[in-house]
Write a protein that binds this ligand. Structure first.
Ligand code: ZN
Ligand code: MN
Length: 255
């Protein structure tokens, strides 16, 4: 048995207790279960933050708590929306409550540093709400939490290399070059390489409607072409995550 694991779910309770120090960072990956085109599995939004958290935890001697695999409801203009079979969303208050409860429990165990790494665009404000509620419940000014969505760490130089024709923005990048490349790097066995879509970008108006209009969304479920994805681009982004996220975590939570 590998006692050097960073994954909390693989630790015994004495191993977990032994690993906790004042400044041990516990990473909490969050995401979603939602369609990601014909070529990627529906776990992309939680598989990627889990792999990224494991990588960064290795850099800072941290621990990765079990991932929150469901997230806020898929919206048509950023994830294809609710019409695809399998896209399984939580009410916002439910997600906030899960985040609040998990962070409060970690604090009760003696954790003093938490870093939430998210992989689903629509989650952000409900995560912020859950963290804020947890801070209020924990009531300890020395308890510190950090929250990030992984793509925010891609700097201009990396984006220019991954998107030589221009970055279309994170909303359109659903199941496209960014996520497909990262999946080819972290989980190549899960990518259906013969089904990578090459459809035109989504052309939706600048607003949302209820009920959602499935016809706004490209039939593949990818909101723009994924044809330019590659494992090399995924490795480039992953290396930037490794260095820059570890530096940010050290700066905010450890030093
Ligand atoms: Zn995604
Ligand atoms: Mn998503």
């Amino acid at each position: 048995m590998n006692s050097a694991t960073v994954m909390m779910a693989e630790m015994t309770w004495p191993e977990f207790a032994e690993r906790l120090r004042e400044d041990t960072v516990v990473f909490l990956p969050t995401g979603m279960t939602e369609q990601h085109g014909p070529h990627l599995p529906m776990g992309v939004d939680h598989l990627l933050p889990t792999a990224i958290a494991e990588m960064v935890a290795g850099e800072v001697d941290g621990i990765v708590a079990p991932t929150v695999n469901y997230g806020y409801k898929s919206m048509p203009r950023s994830g294809g929306g609710p019409s695809f079979p399998g896209s399984t969303g939580l009410d916002g208050a439910t997600l906030s409550a899960v985040i609040r409860d998990v962070i409060r429990e970690l604090a009760r165990h003696g954790v003093r540093r938490v870093c939430v790494i998210d992989g689903h665009f629509e989650n952000l404000w409900f995560l912020n709400e859950g963290i804020d509620l947890a801070m209020r419940e924990v009531g300890d000014p020395g308890f510190r939490v950090m929250c990030l969505q992984h793509w925010e760490f891609l700097n201009r130089e990396t984006l220019e290399r991954v998107f030589p024709d221009g970055y279309p923005g994170i909303e359109l990048e659903h199941a496209a070059v960014l996520e497909t490349s990262l999946m080819l790097h972290f989980y190549p066995q899960l990518v259906r390489s013969d089904r990578i879509p090459d459809n035109a970008p989504m052309d939706a108006p600048p607003y949302d409607v209820w009920p959602a209009r499935p016809e706004w969304v490209p039939g593949t479920g990818s909101l723009t072409s994924a044809a330019a994805a590659s494992a090399e681009k995924g490795a480039l982004m992953a290396e930037q995550y490794r260095g820059d996220m570890a530096a940010a975590v050290r700066h905010e939570l450890i030093e």
